[in-house]
Design a protein. Structure first.
Length: 173
């Protein structure tokens, strides 16, 4: 999930850049710039929906995993091991719970930005002319706010995923 979210952030930037390139394109390059922008919107749509689904699955699977761990904890006859297992499970469950908490605003920010991009795309598919670009440019510039909000909503998710990696792989608390 971590590497895919980082790829999504790159795609957000690439899509935003392709929109900037499009609204600043010269007349002969309009079709080429529009096609590149359209391709990036499709990629962003696909990657964003996949990552939102993965974050939701991560929440569901972690609940199942920690519930199963709790059940298996009763199998320990050694109280010290049982206590260590409970402590470790509780620590990891708390760390994993930060991802869905951090991801709370991602869905809305993603769909707000994607809606802007798709509406700009439809508008320009009907009026891919210098005047059409001129008229949509203020809207395209405002969409940058939604892009920034989306990227900002992903930062806490990355931080939470970094905490998980630190907890699992650093050997330090």
């Amino acid at each position: 999930v971590d590497s895919e979210i980082r790829k999504l952030i790159v795609q957000i930037d690439v899509t935003g850049l392709s929109l900037d390139t499009l609204v600043n394109a010269e007349a002969p390059d309009l079709k080429k710039s529009f096609d590149a922008y359209s391709d990036n919107v499709v990629k962003l749509d696909k990657e964003g929906k996949r990552e939102i689904k993965r974050m939701e699955e991560m929440k569901a699977h972690s609940k199942e995993y920690f519930a199963e761990w709790e059940k298996q904890n009763n199998a320990y006859t050694n109280p010290e091991i049982r206590e260590l297992s409970e402590e470790r499970r509780d620590n990891l469950a708390a760390v994993y719970a930060r991802v869905p908490e951090a991801a709370a605003g991602v869905r809305g920010a993603y769909f707000d930005y994607l809606k802007d991009l798709k509406e700009i795309q439809v508008f320009l598919s009907n009026d891919l002319t210098p005047k059409g670009l001129e008229s949509i440019t203020p809207v395209a510039q405002k969409s940058a706010r939604h892009k920034d909000e989306l990227k900002a909503s992903l930062r806490p998710v990355i931080a939470a995923l970094d905490e998980i990696k630190a907890e699992l792989y650093s050997g330090k608390k």
